[in-house]
Design a protein around this ligand. Structure first.
Ligand code: ZN
Length: 80
């Protein structure tokens, strides 16, 4: 096994699916049931950017640059 450290933390599709599956989100996302917290776009495995826990649930964010910006501000405000 060749383990290279990469500067950028890249989540590979398989890792992402594993993580989503652990969180119980994979089926929802595959069936188009989850929406971006900010723009309400339907989240797919192709456009998911981030997920974070929030009041017992997991919020998901799409890869729209506006939503990524909002997420950073949002997390700062929550002081996480
Ligand atoms: Zn969005």
């Amino acid at each position: 096994m060749n383990k290279e450290r990469k500067k950028l933390r890249v989540i590979h599709d398989e890792e992402l699916e594993g993580l989503l599956s652990k969180l119980g989100l994979l089926d929802d996302i595959k069936s188009g049931k989850r929406k971006c917290k900010f723009c309400e776009r339907v989240i797919t495995l192709g456009n998911i950017h981030s997920l974070f826990p929030e009041s017992g649930q997991v919020s998901v964010i799409c890869d729209n640059p506006e939503c990524v910006k909002k997420l950073l501000i949002y997390l700062q405000q929550k002081d996480l």
